[in-house]
Design a protein around this ligand. Sequence first.
Ligand SMILES: Nc1ncnc2c1ncn2[C@@H]1O[C@H](COP(=O)(O)OP(=O)(O)OP(=O)(O)O)[C@@H](O)[C@H]1O
Ligand SMILES: [Mg+2]
Length: 292
Amino acid sequence: MLPIANYLGRLPLAGRFFRPALHEAAPSLAPAVICRREPVLAGTALFRSFGVGETRSYALKGVSVEFNPGELNLLMGPSGSGKSTLLAVLSGLLRPDTGAVGALGRDVWRMRESEMERFRLKHCSYIFQGYNLFPALTAREQLEIVLKWGEGCSSREARKRADHVLGQLGLSKKAHLRPAEMSGGEKQRVAIGRALVKNPTFVFADEPTSALDWENGQQVIHLLTETARDRGAMVLVVTHDPRLTPFADRVFELADGQLQSEGPSHESGLPREYEHAALASGPRLRLYSPEA
Ligand SMILES: Nc1ncnc2c1ncn2[C@@H]1O[C@H](COP(=O)(O)OP(=O)(O)OP(=O)(O)O)[C@@H](O)[C@H]1O
Ligand SMILES: [Mg+2]
């Protein structure tokens, strides 16, 4: 069993400034751009295979991609196209065969394992479809433990912040329940709360709304949007749901391990009627901010 700090480091995910070595090698080739927004996360020429010998197949075939702070990015594509593999490689959970991942000026896959664990714990929040909650902990404790371990918060401060976020997620009355006593939607909201309570630099989410009805799914995407826009986090969400695309700053599409297109969400060819969902104001959920 992993030490608890390792486990926490693998759950939530985040970072700031990142430049791949490739870019550093050829600065003179880059065009001068005034006020250019610097990427905080970048993958360069990423390849990842599974299996050996004749059964070997490539899930990623040379993906290069950059992400800016303060943006909500969607990663879409058919089943088996490599979305989860790319998310895992970019987020420091799965080592690529070749290629580089840079985050906050660091070459992620050249870090020692202990450095990597610290980096994930400090900067990254992860949200998975399977929730990955601790069975023995209450909803409140799931959030508190992240603050105590990750930020060294006092018990009092951790409880205050945990209760604030649970309140914003409509979970105040469920704070004392353990995962086995919660519905799927409630568990997912606790998982989201745990990911966002620590003010992450990077949020990596793999199909965070797939187990939720549309109302709960919208609430989750509102929270992720605000985490990007209000707190400057880079949020990367793998999803199959086209209703989420109007919320995104950029939509990336993978097919057979290769990036097909990227662009602002309005270029994604979504049905127009879905854009109303994004424009509808909805409840403005605010997360706890230590400055507030
Ligand atoms: N641990 C593994 N062992 C062997 N093959 C794997 C493994 N993980 C992924 N693959 C293969 O890599 C390819 C990409 O898988 P991946 O899970 O990234 O796809 P995906 O786009 O996330 O699909 P889905 O939408 O169904 O979740 C698939 O062909 C899959 O079978
Ligand atoms: Mg997947």
